[in-house]
Unconditional design. Structure first.
Length: 234
């Protein structure tokens, strides 16, 4: 069964949502038969990377709120993340455009490493305070994933996987997805936001049952369509 996840690596709730979803997978009986597909989403596609601004200054400007209000927001997110065992160093975050990071994820996807790439990039951004728009940083992340660093640099200095990122983003817009994370189970059941683990587990079970029903109908249709011979004998 396929689970599609629209996410942005600069979204704190996407990281928290991933952790809770991973916890649900640990309690799901058929995890080995779940096909997870990470989809790119850009919260701020036109944002310029600013290594001088703090995350609170960025939020204050982009959301037209006070620094104090921004601080309260980041404190709440940090506390929420800590409950899931995640370390958010909000004061170390480098305000960065995530477009190139998504290209690395899409490349990693071709090697079956998208899930791991998401985790490594989330940690780099929220915990390590790395500039995820910097080529050297992303090449290092590719190395952590066991990918070819020379090829990573060639990808980042060119335009490979640009169309894939754009396609995912446009698909999301066409589906009226305006916020992330968004989890789509078997193209039918949706979980929006960083919901509790039990919510993800319930969606996995619902999606799985729906998927099984569809597979049974396909099998029944195949049996009904069998032609054995001129006399109907098999």
């Amino acid at each position: 069964m396929k689970v599609e996840i629209w996410s942005d690596v600069v979204c704190p709730f996407c990281y928290i949502g991933k952790r809770r979803f991973d916890q649900a997978l640990e309690h799901f009986e058929y995890t080995d038969r779940i096909d997870i597909e990470w989809r790119s989403f850009l919260l701020n596609p036109d944002m310029e990377t600013d290594t001088e601004a703090t995350i609170n200054e960025h939020l204050s400007t982009s959301k037209n709120i006070s620094i104090d209000k921004a601080q309260q927001m980041t404190n709440r997110v940090k506390t929420m993340a800590a409950k899931e065992g995640l370390e958010f160093n909000m004061d170390k975050i480098v305000v960065a455009n995530s477009y190139n990071a998504h290209r690395i994820i899409q490349w990693a996807k071709t090697h079956g490493l998208a899930h791991k790439a998401e985790e490594v990039l989330f940690e780099a951004y929220f915990t390590a305070g790395a500039n995820i728009d910097e080529i050297d940083t992303l090449v290092d992340i590719a190395d952590q994933l066991g990918l070819d660093t020379d090829k990573a640099r060639n990808i980042l200095t060119g335009d490979k996987f640009t169309n894939v990122v754009k396609h995912d983003f446009q698909t999301a817009q066409g589906m009226n997805i305006r916020g992330v994370p968004l989890f789509l189970f078997d193209r039918k059941f949706v979980v929006s936001g960083a919901q509790e683990t039990k919510t993800f587990l319930s969606a996995l079970k619902q999606g799985w049952n729906n998927w099984l029903e569809k597979q049974q109908k396909i099998q029944d249709a195949d049996v009904d369509g069998i032609i054995c011979g001129p006399n109907g004998n098999c």
